[in-house]
Write a protein that binds this ligand. Sequence first.
Ligand SMILES: [Fe+2]
Ligand SMILES: [Fe+2]
Length: 139
Amino acid sequence: MRKHELVWNKDRHGVGIALIDDQHRQIIERVNQIAGAVATAVKKETLKEMLEDMLLFVCEHFAVEERLMAEHGYPDMESHIQEHLKMYQQLNNLVKTVLRTTGRDKAALVSAYLSDWAERHILLADKELGGFLAAQGLS
Ligand SMILES: [Fe+2]
Ligand SMILES: [Fe+2]
């Protein structure tokens, strides 16, 4: 395992809703692939595609969570959506920066973003949402 690689772990990252967990796992996988691509100095065009692909996937994931929040009247919907917006902007900036930066700095940027995502958003906001949805009978 590479130094900064993050592995999705059910006990740690699981929010208890299968669709959300599956998407989180895929996001973590994609970020690891990107970090790997950076480490092996993949072509810029390929890296750009991978980053844009992840951006799209993240967008879809946020839309899924936001739809579930709306459908089930989640009380913290507003602040959760604000976090998504902020993360999306950060990710967008990261993509631009990664494409501009050369060498190892890129890998550091990607893993810094991932740890922020996993440790802060999934473990706090998404777990809270998962608990709420589970109490509504979702799994
Ligand atoms: Fe979320
Ligand atoms: Fe999420």
